[in-house]
Design a protein around this ligand. Structure first.
Ligand code: 2AM
Length: 178
């Protein structure tokens, strides 16, 4: 199964991201990510044999143990890749330390279990568009909102259909110790 670990976003943030996405429609061409698929990837594992999925799920659960929910605020737009075929995303202006800590914990848990993941440096972001042409013109001012992140999910992604399908395998609620 193709697995990744991501933070689920609270509805306030999803709504604000959807508003940003709507304002992009008039000025950027490319493939839009549906608001139901918005997430922040913490670790991308790729293909994992089905018989090891429960082990990954329990590592994710253990790695989040004692991590409290945290407040974060949406920030600027950014892009990865070629400007004519970019991944266009919205980042965060507050909560950076907590984002880094959450990704560090999840990745350390996977390391302990000997599971490989994409080791690119972690930059918390929500992908809004793929194959976006951002070579010309100016991007709109993104909608900014604050919200509390309290759920981490292990997803299986299914790319066989016309659009990606993310199936939650394990949902972990963040909780302060004690
Ligand atoms: P993203 O986080 O920039 O949106 C499922 O494919 C999710 O895992 C996507 O959100 C995707 O990008 C993220 N991801 C991270 N590294 C990846 C990789 N090497 N291949 C595919 N997806 C990756």
């Amino acid at each position: 199964m193709r697995l990744f670990v991501a933070a689920q976003l609270p509805v306030e943030l999803v709504d604000a991201l959807a508003e940003t996405s709507a304002s992009l429609r008039s000025c950027v061409s490319g493939r839009f990510v549906g608001p139901d698929l918005f997430h922040v990837t913490l670790a991308f594992l790729g293909e994992v044999p089905a018989m090891q999925v429960t082990e990954v799920a329990s590592l994710v659960r253990i790695s989040c143990d004692g991590m409290p929910p945290f407040s974060t605020t949406l920030g600027a737009l950014g892009s990865f890749g070629r400007r004519s075929q970019a991944v266009l995303w919205q980042g965060f202006s507050a909560g950076q330390d907590e984002w880094a800590e959450l990704a560090r914990r999840v990745r350390a848990g996977l390391d302990e279990g000997g599971f490989a993941y994409d080791g690119k440096g972690f930059l918390p972001h929500v992908t809004l568009m793929r194959r976006a042409n951002v070579a010309h013109g100016t991007l709109p001012v993104p909608c900014v909102e604050r919200g509390v992140v309290d759920t981490v999910v292990l997803y299986a992604s299914d790319l066989s259909g016309p659009r990606p399908r993310y199936e939650p395998i394990e949902c972990v609620k963040l909780q302060q110790d004690g």
